[in-house]
Design a protein. Structure first.
Lengths: 280, 328
């Protein structure tokens, strides 16, 4: 009877701890988001979207940083999406069991988790140093490099979900392989692939480290991609670390904006995936 | 499967003979190979460019770079010991807190919680990974650090700080900013990565095995300990290494709360620095070739460490996929 009691107590302990761990995780999610909401909501106002970042002590907004983030994310998406999709296509459609395929998949998974600040250093070395100055182009390239492994991964996974009977049916009709891939496989996996792109955009919108040495920052409005460009993450970093109260308020506002955008992207990607019948 | 593969192969061979599809196929196949090679070139480029940039520092300081503690831009004397030490210690703290919590979360989601709660709970934990690291940073600086300074650190100093040897870890004034705070934030950030891998591998455990154990009268805890964990061992270690890889390279959140001090100190309550934090703080302001080269050398070291950890994680997870984990 004593053994029985001990085992039962032990079981309750483990179950309780496991429950506590889950509560711990959820609690911090709510804690972080709650703090953001409380501190960020006060900074939201029309000036946030109409004025550029101010010098310390005066009012201003984040419009230059918002524009910079959108521009660099857009360019990175334009570069990263085709690259990632084609590389993912290679892995799913052409590389079955080949050495090259295994190797690319392995390297891609490492790049997926590689520190983003290292990517910043890399782009600094290959673009910023030869060009002689920081630029939005360099920032966009850094973001694209971070995006590519994410898209490669999701594209491959999604293409692998397409039943091979579909491919065989098309092949039996005499369609060449590229037509099978483009007109049959892509078409049946398109929702999943779009979900992957959305998740990749969400991933890069908050990236700060790779932009520090590439796009740098810009106090003023600038739409010149060849110059340093303001962007939300780096502005948040600088303003939050500064001793000025009004800068810190703007940092909270920017943080709320970025997080809201990313959570929207994430949740819509998930909804999108479940609507189209795909499990993440 | 082989029959299917044969059919596809035959169909492909047939289509390849047709000149009409041939050109298109070659172009498309070539394109996909090219972009697959781009992925490899990125990695190759990272290694070559970092090594090239780091070479002047490695040549000047030799092995002393890795073991030297001095970090002095004025005299151009640099050693990487403090950032390497900080990187390892913060990651260690993150793992000590993160692994048990992630295990609890994965256990709860796979074994304990009602089915309708699985999806929302899983999504919420995964959203922890979606929050960008700069947000953890700003939250850590303004919310967590003051809290730790006022409530956690005085408690640690008064209790653990009095124990002879261990006390050294908890000595000094409560600053809020420091290695412990950085490690704690990291633990929350790696939690979703470890938990999601653990959840996936727990779900690969055949229901038959678990039900047999339950049928013999085992409690949930015993089933997890004696059936699920041994079965999923390799995957669990892979997930932990994946989280470790993330923790080692995490930049912004750590930069906010670590205090950027290039000294190796025993106390985890004191400020320190990590490789990524040093890079984020100093790189754009680094004047002089040797200073910049030393920072790139730090980046190179970080890349080598994370590469090894992530490669090990990946190899373990591949082994699991191939079913080797099932024999355990």
């Amino acid at each position: 009877m004593q053994i029985y009691t001990r085992r039962r107590a032990n079981n309750y302990l483990i179950v309780g701890l496991s429950l506590a761990a889950t509560a711990f995780g959820i609690l911090f999610l709510i804690f972080v988001l709650g703090t953001l909401l409380v501190n960020g909501i006060g900074a939201l106002g029309p000036t946030l979207f109409t004025q550029a970042t101010p010098p310390p002590g005066s009012a201003g907004g984040l419009i230059n940083a918002i524009f910079g983030s959108l521009a660099m994310t857009a360019i990175a998406t334009l570069v990263g999406t085709p690259t990632g999709i084609l590389a993912g296509t290679f892995l799913a459609e052409y590389a079955h069991g080949s050495r090259l395929g295994e190797f690319v998949r392995f390297i891609n998974d490492i790049l997926l988790s590689a520190p983003s600040i290292i990517i910043g250093l890399f782009v600094y070395a290959i673009l910023v140093v030869p060009m002689g100055h920081f630029s939005a182009w360099a920032g966009a390239v850094a973001l694209a490099i971070i995006m590519i492994p994410v898209i490669v991964r999701t594209t491959e996974d999604m293409l692998n979900l397409v039943p091979s009977a579909l491919r065989e049916a098309a092949a039996a009709l005499g369609a060449p392989k590229w037509k099978i891939v483009v007109m049959v496989t892509y078409r049946s996996a398109i929702q999943g692939m779009l979900t992957g792109v959305l998740l990749a955009i969400a991933r890069i919108s908050g990236e700060t480290a790779p932009l520090l040495f590439t796009a740098l920052n810009n106090q003023f409005w600038s739409a010149d991609l060849n110059r340093p460009m303001a962007n939300l993450p780096v502005v948040i970093f600088q303003f939050a670390m500064s001793p000025y109260a009004d800068w810190q308020v703007l940092a909270w506002g920017g943080a709320l904006l970025i997080t809201a955008a990313i959570l929207c992207l994430n949740i819509s990607a998930r909804l999108f995936a479940s609507w189209s019948g795909l499990q993440k | 499967m082989t029959a299917e593969a044969n059919m596809v192969a035959i169909a492909q061979r047939e289509t390849r003979r047709r000149p009409a599809g041939g050109a298109g196929d070659m172009v498309f196949h070539g394109l996909t190979i090219f972009f697959a090679l781009v992925v490899l070139m990125i990695l190759g480029g990272v290694i070559v460019s970092l090594f090239y940039g780091a070479w002047p520092a490695f040549r000047k300081f030799g092995l002393g770079f890795v073991v030297g503690e001095s970090w002095n831009p004025v005299t151009d004397n640099f050693g990487a010991l403090a950032p390497i030490y900080g990187t390892l210690v913060t990651s260690l703290i993150a793992m000590l807190i993160g692994i048990p919590v992630a295990f609890g979360v994965a256990l709860f989601i796979t074994e304990l919680c009602p089915t309708w709660l699985k999806r929302p709970l899983g999504t919420m934990i995964e959203l922890l990974a979606a929050i960008p690291s700069i947000i953890y940073g700003i939250w850590g600086l303004f919310v967590l650090a003051p809290f730790i300074q006022e409530h956690v650190e005085p408690l640690l100093i008064d209790t653990l700080g009095n124990i002879p040897v261990i006390g050294l870890l908890f000595s000094g004034p409560p600053l809020g900013i420091g290695v412990l705070t950085a490690g704690f934030i990291l633990s929350i950030m790696v939690l979703p990565f470890i938990a999601s891998v653990m959840r996936d591998v727990f779900e690969t455990v055949p229901a038959l095995l678990k039900e047999s154990a339950y049928g013999l009268g085992a409690t949930t805890a015993e089933v997890v300990w004696h059936v699920v964990l041994p079965y999923a061992r390799v995957g669990v270690i892979g997930g932990i290494l994946l989280g470790l890889g993330r923790a080692l390279g995490e930049t912004m959140a750590v930069t906010f709360v670590i205090g950027n001090s290039h000294h190796v100190q025993a106390s985890i309550l004191q400020p320190g620095t990590t490789i990524s934090a040093a890079l984020a703080n100093e790189f754009t302001e680094a004047v002089g070739d040797i200073y910049q080269s030393s920072l790139i050398a730090l980046g190179f070291i970080l890349f080598v460490i994370t590469f090894i950890v992530l490669a090990a994680a990946k190899l373990m997870l591949i082994r699991l996929q191939k079913g080797a984990g099932a024999s355990a």
